[in-house]
Design a protein around this ligand. Sequence first.
Ligand code: NI
Length: 166
Amino acid sequence: MKVRVLGDPVLRKKAVPVTDFASVRAILEEFKMTMYSEDGVGLAAPQVGISQRFFGMDDGSGFKMIVNPEIIEHSDEKEFGEEGCLSVPGVFADVARYKWVRVRYQDEHGSYHEELLEGYPARIFQHEYDHLDGVLFIDHLDSKTRVALSQQLKKIMEERQKEMKK
Ligand code: NI
C-alpha cells in the first residue's frame, strides 16, 4: 500500500463509517505491514487512500485495528507532545491533545470495545481519529509554528506533484 502525502485530496475528506468488516479483515495484514515498514505507531485508512473510518495503532502493546471510533469523554486539560505523521514526512512539532480520552470502537470483527486511554496511547488515538475527519496534526499548530514550517510543507507538496507527473 502506498502512503499518501500532504496535497493528496483523500487526506482532507471526511471518511465514511465501515459497514463491511470482511473488507477490513481482508486488508488487515497488508495495512499492518505498511504501518510497521514505515515505522509508524499509527496509520489511518485515508492515508492509504481508503476513505473509511478505521485506523491501526500500536502504543507498544501490539497492533490494534480501531474501527468506527468515537471519543465519548475527554479530560478538560490538554498537554503538549511531539508528533509526526507518515503523510507529512520529516516534519515534527508539538501538538496539544487531551490528557485522557474515553473511547468506543469496533474491532475488525465488529465487536465493540470501550477503553480509557491516557498519555501516549491517548495521543496516538486522537491523531489517528483526526485523519478520519480530514484533519492533520499540522492543522493544530499555532500560526507562528506553521509559518516556520511552511517551506518544509511546500517542499513535500512539490515533491508529490513531481511524483504524480512521472
Ligand atoms: Ni498521521
